[in-house]
Design a protein around this ligand. Structure first.
Ligand code: NAP
Length: 252
């Protein structure tokens, strides 16, 4: 009898790092639920690629900054694919680059709402659904942080760096809280990775090439390289790892 494939739910899975995680997960034997906010066509493309790899799939629209959308996302994923056992807490934005003293409150608020509040809502829902304490199957949560939490992003988006500092604290605390409940919680901290975020979110597409010389490996990372670290942390190969934070940053 064929075994049921484990189900992974990826927030912001329609583009960039989330899309790469979705496709690698499909290839590694997971069924895949992806969330997107606005770009349904991009989400459908990712689903098509996952299907070719043999996965059952679903795409769920929702703004991860909204508590009610987070709960609905989990409901839709479970209804389509069965109990979810792996969560990749990935949706995030930066806001337009600039010094803090020149940045509008709306820019900062939008970033904190999705990157901090949204990620905490997703983690809370994951804790409720996955924990054996609540009758869940156990599993893993992988939070997508950033090396910005350590570097600070001066002159670019210190509020974004601060939002990722919050993700690092969330990872440590929640890993301890859920350690006895069958859920491992880890983070991956990408460095500069080739996605649309640089153009669409920061408004500074040239940034990627400008910063290349500061990367010891002297190149930009690919989303697939970040996805490899995420899939490792989700896997049984990482069975004794919780509360860890893996930088995928070319040495930066
Ligand atoms: P991206 O290419 O801009 O993709 C962002 C994804 O998140 C899209 O699927 C987008 O969906 C979704 N999204 C945005 N706001 C959302 C919201 N409010 N609710 C639900 N989904 C939302 O970004 P990326 O570069 O892959 O970044 C993914 C994660 O990696 C983020 O947490 C980012 O901070 C982190 N990261 C990226 C880099 C890098 O260099 N790329 C470095 C360090 C950390 P729609 O298109 O439908 O809006």
């Amino acid at each position: 009898m064929s075994q049921k494939r484990p189900v992974v739910l990826i927030t912001g899975g329609s583009r960039g790092i989330g899309a790469a995680v979705a496709q690698l997960a499909a290839a590694r034997g997971y069924d895949v639920a992806i969330n997107f906010k606005s770009d349904r066509a991009a989400a459908e493309e990712v689903l098509a690629a996952c299907r070719i790899a043999g996965a059952n799939v679903v795409a769920c629209q929702g703004d991860m900054a909204r508590e009610e959308d987070v709960a609905r996302l989990f409901d839709e994923a479970v209804a389509a694919l069965g109990p979810v056992s792996h969560i990749v807490n990935n949706a995030g934005i930066t806001g337009r680059s600039g010094r803090l003293d020149a940045t509008a409150a709306e820019t900062i608020r939008a970033c904190i709402d999705i990157n901090v509040l949204g990620a905490i809502f997703v983690a809370r829902e994951a804790a409720r659904r996955l924990s054996t304490r609540h009758g869940g199957p156990g599993g893993t949560i992988v939070n997508i942080s950033s090396v910005a939490a350590r570097l600070g992003s001066a002159g670019e988006y210190v509020w974004y760096a601060a939002s990722k500092g919050a993700i690092d604290s969330l990872t440590v605390g929640l890993s301890q809280e859920l350690a006895g409940d069958g859920v491992r919680v880890n983070a991956v901290s990408p460095g500069i990775t080739r996605t649309d975020i640089h153009e669409k979110s920061t408004g500074d597409a040239a940034r990627v090439e400008r910063l290349r010389s500061r990367i010891p490996l002297n190149r930009i990372g690919e989303p697939e390289e970040v996805a490899e670290a995420v899939l490792f942390l989700m896997s049984d190969a990482a069975s004794y790892i919780t509360g860890a934070n893996i930088p995928v940053s070319g040495g930066r």
